[in-house]
Design a protein around this ligand. Structure first.
Ligand SMILES: [Zn+2]
Length: 187
């Protein structure tokens, strides 16, 4: 949604969106953990996942490095840099607010200086469960607004997977919208 509103071309839109998704790439250690578990036949330990997730790419050093790199591919570099930083940090704020585990003590802190500095560390004791009703409600609202925006603008978040798939997706949305619209009475 941020990308759709602040950019004026598909490339920059994708880059601003990517900046908001990329932080969780540090969770890919889980793939390595599961792979190692399958190869060794031992119980999966989640060693790499625990070691890197929320540490490697959830601080200002990664924000600057990743967003500067993404802006290098942009049409409007300054704009993508500024709004890439915004979506990157929106991700961190959302993690801070709503990424708790099953038990109330299973809080996820944001280690904002990692991996270069061990401080500051932020934690919110009221953190929502990752699968809690608050996150589910926000998801439903944001998802509906995104669909509504997509039908009006002619492109959606599916654009990340490719322009052609997105054209088909938006086409379906627009058909639905036409059906849902109340017909004007003939005067
Ligand atoms: Zn995250």
């Amino acid at each position: 949604m941020v990308g759709a509103v602040v950019t004026n071309n598909p490339r920059d839109r994708k880059l601003v969106t990517l900046a908001g998704i990329i932080p969780d790439a540090d969770g890919l250690g889980m793939v390595v953990d599961v792979g190692l578990g399958l190869i060794s036949g031992k119980e999966v330990t989640f060693h790499y996942y625990q070691q890197f997730h929320h540490l490697l790419m959830h601080g200002w050093p990664a924000a600057l490095a990743v967003v500067a790199l993404l802006a290098g591919f942009a049409r409007n570099r300054a704009r993508v840099f500024v709004f890439g930083l915004l979506t990157f940090h929106l991700h961190l704020v959302c993690d801070l607010i709503g990424s708790r585990g099953a038990s109330p003590s299973d809080l996820w802190p944001i280690c904002y200086g990692e991996p270069l500095f061990s401080h500051p560390i932020w934690i919110w004791r009221g953190q929502w469960r990752l699968d809690g009703w608050q996150n589910q409600s926000v998801f439903v609202v944001v998802f509906l607004v995104a669909l509504w925006l997509a039908a009006g603008r002619g492109y959606s978040f599916v654009e990340l997977a490719g322009r052609r798939v997105d054209t088909v997706f938006v086409g379906v949305l627009q058909k639905w919208r036409t059906r849902l619209r109340p017909k004007k009475p003939l005067s």
